[in-house]
Design a protein around this ligand. Structure first.
Ligand SMILES: Nc1ncnc2c1ncn2[C@@H]1O[C@H](COP(=O)(O)OP(=O)(O)OP(=O)(O)O)[C@@H](O)[C@H]1O
Length: 816
């Protein structure tokens, strides 16, 4: 009941209703019996098969091995021309699944050309434009190699990926995590900023390690065994950077420790072709893949690149105006030094351009760096002020603009910086700000490297002047002022350390105007510049006198030493990852320099502020001050787009002409000229006079002369007569010396008398035992405050309850 007999389900009844004719003609065998027979046979066969399958079943590893063997068989047959998708490569299911889940299906050109070679076990040097997918070109073969070798946690380190910066290492780790999530390998990110001991304990558990060179060396020296596996794939991301001077020592030490049995992969948008570099790595028959070698341009086709020529003192206003007119965009602004980023970031935050501001540089704490990095990744519109720590490899999504506030060191740095936009088929724009002195050299370099840049003009009418606001900020905030000073020094130093002297000439920079543009009234003293200037003039004068012959060696060696020093300094400036450690030293120097000058500065500054007023250096600018809340101005600024070639239809001359009155500040007068001016004006020095109770007149300011020399006539005539002033000072000096001599004599006389008479009586006064001495009440001596006194004279008075020793008491009470 409840279950329909087959007859009622519609197909069996048809047969049953047929008249059944058996072999005997009387109905045949019983269908139930034949069904049972069939069933028995079927079950027997099924059991037999199951048994057979059970007997033949192989362990998973064995099956995997067979799968690997099949994959390996296909490696020699990889035809790059036929590869369109990742699935066209003989890859493991786990990797393919990971790629699919991360939505990577079609391969890019560099991936198509390099993955196959890397799978075949070759050393590969891959170069392709920025944002063309080089990361997957080494992650996929790295995963496959470990898979192929059935690597387990017990096997230790198998892949070592070295990145020049922490952020890039972190980013690579994230890609690896996405693509390799179906594999069972352990991967770790070791980039510093954490406990070294903890990191060195975990390193031996890792199969894939992503790290920065400095940290790796630190770990290697602590735990060398853990990074010396039997087989290893070292991957150098941004290889040219890692192999350059900045990391030279570190990398040499690391390379020395790498196992001989290795397959090396090197990738960069600007690959090293240096035979020396490659020899250091002992590559075995490496395959060079320069994907875009024959391309018309070495930057992405979707990138629009422009440059403007701008005076140094106009750059800040230019940047501010630019940001105000690109409020809904995502931009990165590159600066030459950390100190510049630190100061300008702060000051721009105060200027409130109306767009979220972020700053990323090597002097930040690791946590802060990660926070900023992630923040900028998430934001739809924001501005990131950065040093070259962010120039390479970082894949911030949807960056619209890259602005190079300071000229890059060379074309390679330019290419990496602009590569932060227009990534993987997206569009982007880049703006390079050049000083007039930098234009020729830099533009030439860029065209040699096949970088297409257009010269565009800015509309001076649309520039917003923020100088006065900045001056006001600095006047209120001492710390900000110090930052501005450091920014000044640090920028000059960065220019000074640049190798290419055709482009970078620190001596051509308008220092006074630059300082004013930062909000400073006077340029801080820059010692290294003074020294360099001296050196240059000494060399020049010696050359002109023809005295060089005998001293060639000395000068040569001193210059060489200097160059070597420069080079090492440069190295520390360039070394992005080392910035955290090394920069402290350089920075230390900077801050010492800045603080050294501090004392002088404050004095010089007030002087020069006055001087500026006297010599007529304009503190105001005819350009209008931008009001943050003014909507009209805001709308107007939207018109300012540095987008199209010659968008404002102005020629350079027009621009110079228009800005000339604003830009050309009066040449700073020398001190002698200023002094002469002051003399001409016959200023009178203000005096302050007070009267004692007895009606006696005392001049307090300027301090009355103690000497008996005649009163100077200058008081009447005004100004300073240097000769007379000198005479007066000498007389003053003579007078002081005589006074002092008298006091010393008196002191000797008193001690002689005391010695002869003995020191007999003491007097209790307020709990202290004071010697009764010559010249009035004990302890009221004035010696401590006079020339020759050492301060001890005050002890009797200032330390109640203290028992003075004889000597002290005498001193304190003496000469009252
Ligand atoms: N096959 C692919 N399919 C889709 N997107 C891809 C593919 N390969 C890479 N990408 C994407 O392209 C972007 C750039 O990739 P990647 O960071 O690897 O470039 P890169 O060549 O290393 O750049 P750089 O030279 O700046 O370091 C990334 O957002 C990445 O996700």
């Amino acid at each position: 009941m409840g279950v329909d007999p087959p007859a009622l389900r519609g197909f069996v009844p048809l047969r049953i209703q047929e008249p059944f004719l058996g072999s005997d003609g009387m109905g045949g065998p019983d269908p139930v019996r034949s069904f049972e027979r069939w069933k028995k046979q079927y079950t027997k066969r099924k059991n037999k098969l199951r048994l057979q399958r059970k007997q033949h079943k192989r362990p998973e590893w064995q099956l995997e091995r067979e799968h690997i063997a099949r994959l390996e068989q296909q490696y020699p047959e990889i035809n790059t021309n036929e590869i369109v998708r990742f699935s066209d490569f003989p890859l493991s299911k786990k990797t393919l699944k990971g790629l699919q889940e991360a939505e990577y299906r079609m391969v890019t050109e560099i991936q198509r050309q390099t993955i196959g070679l890397a799978l075949q076990g070759k050393d590969v040097l891959g170069a392709a434009k920025t944002g063309s997918g080089k990361t997957l070109s080494f992650i996929v073969p790295a995963l496959e190699t470990l898979y192929r070798q059935q690597w387990t946690a017990m096997d230790g380190l198998g892949v070592l990926i070295i990145s020049p910066t922490r952020e890039l290492a972190y980013q690579t780790f994230e890609v690896l995590r996405k693509v390799g999530k179906n594999h069972d390998f352990s991967a770790g990110l070791i980039i510093g900023g954490k406990d070294l001991k903890q990191e060195s304990n975990t390193i031996h558990q890792l199969n894939i390690l992503i790290c920065t060179p400095g940290r790796l060396l630190q770990l290697g020296s602590k735990n060398p065994i853990s990074i010396q596996p039997v087989f290893l794939i070292p991957v150098l991301d941004e290889a040219d950077r890692i192999l350059d001077m900045g990391f030279a020592d570190t990398m040499n030490a690391i390379i020395e420790n790498l196992p001989k049995n290795r397959q090396t992969l090197l990738f960069s948008a600007t690959q090293t072709k240096s035979v020396k570099d490659l020899a250091r790595l002992s590559l075995k028959d490496p395959e060079y893949i320069w994907v875009h070698e024959k391309a018309k341009f070495s930057t992405p086709a979707t990138l629009e690149q422009n440059y403007i020529v701008c005076e140094l003192q106009q750059k800040i206003c230019m940047l501010y105006s630019f940001l105000r007119s690109h409020l809904h965009k995502k931009s990165i602004v590159f600066f030459a030094s950390c100190k510049e980023v630190q100061y300008l970031f702060r000051v721009f935050c105060r200027l409130r351009p109306g767009i979220p501001m972020l700053a990323l540089h090597g002097k930040q704490q690791q946590m802060k760096r990660m926070e900023v990095y992630n923040d900028f990744v998430r934001k739809k519109s924001a501005v990131l002020f950065a040093t070259d720590v962010s120039a390479r490899g970082l894949d911030f999504p949807a960056v619209n603009w890259v602005i190079q506030f300071d000229c890059p060191e060379d074309a390679n740095t330019y290419i990496h910086r602009v590569g932060r936009t227009a990534r993987y088929k997206e569009g982007g724009e880049a703006l390079l700000i050049l000083l007039p002195s930098e234009e020729k050299g830099m533009v030439e370099q860029l065209s040699q490297r096949k970088v297409p840049v257009n010269n565009i003009k800015i509309n001076p009418e649309k520039l917003v002047d923020v100088q006065k606001k900045m001056q006001a900020f600095l006047a209120q905030d001492q710390e900000l002022k110090e930052r501005a000073q450091r920014c000044f020094v640090s920028y000059l130093r960065s220019v000074y350390l640049m190798k290419n002297k055709e482009v970078f000439d620190v001596f051509k920079l308008p220092l006074a105007e630059y300082a004013i543009s930062l909000g400073l009234a006077v340029p801080p003293r820059v010692r290294f510049l003074q020294k360099a200037q001296k050196q240059v003039s000494v060399t020049e004068s010696m050359e002109s006198k023809g005295h060089l012959e005998g001293q060639d060696e000395d000068i040569g060696s001193s210059i060489e030493n200097e160059k070597a020093e420069e080079c090492s300094e440069k190295t520390s400036v360039q070394t992005v990852e080392k910035e955290e450690v090394e920069e402290e030293k350089v920075v230390g120097k900077f801050s010492i320099e800045a603080s050294d000058t501090e004392g002088d500065l404050s004095q010089e500054q007030t002087e020069s502020e006055e001087d500026a007023a006297i010599s007529g250096i304009p503190k105001t600018d005819p350009m209008q001050f931008f009001d943050d809340d003014d909507d009209e101005d805001y709308k107007d600024l939207d018109l300012l787009t540095v987008k199209r070639h010659n968008v404002f239809g102005l020629e350079v001359e027009d621009f110079t002409a228009l800005t000339a009155p604003n830009l050309k500040l009066k040449k700073k007068a020398t001190k002698t000229q200023e002094a002469k001016k002051v003399l001409k004006r016959k200023f009178k020095v203000n005096t302050k006079v007070i009267f004692t109770e007895d009606g006696e007149l005392i001049q307090q300011c300027p301090p009355a002369q103690k000497s008996i020399v005649d009163k100077p006539e200058e008081e009447v005539s005004g100004g300073i007569n240097l000769d007379k002033a000198r005479e007066r000072l000498q007389a003053e000096d003579k007078f002081d010396k005589e006074e002092y001599r008298k006091k010393v004599k008196e002191k000797h006389r008193v001690s002689l008398v005391l010695h002869q008479e003995g020191y007999v009586e003491t007097e209790e006064e307020g709990g202290r035992v004071l010697p009764r001495t010559l010249g009035g009440t004990a302890g009221e001596g004035v010696l401590g405050g006079q020339p020759g006194g050492d301060g001890h004279g005050y002890w009797g008075r200032d330390r109640p309850g203290e028992v003075c020793s004889q000597g002290e008491g005498r001193e304190s009470g003496e000469a009252g």
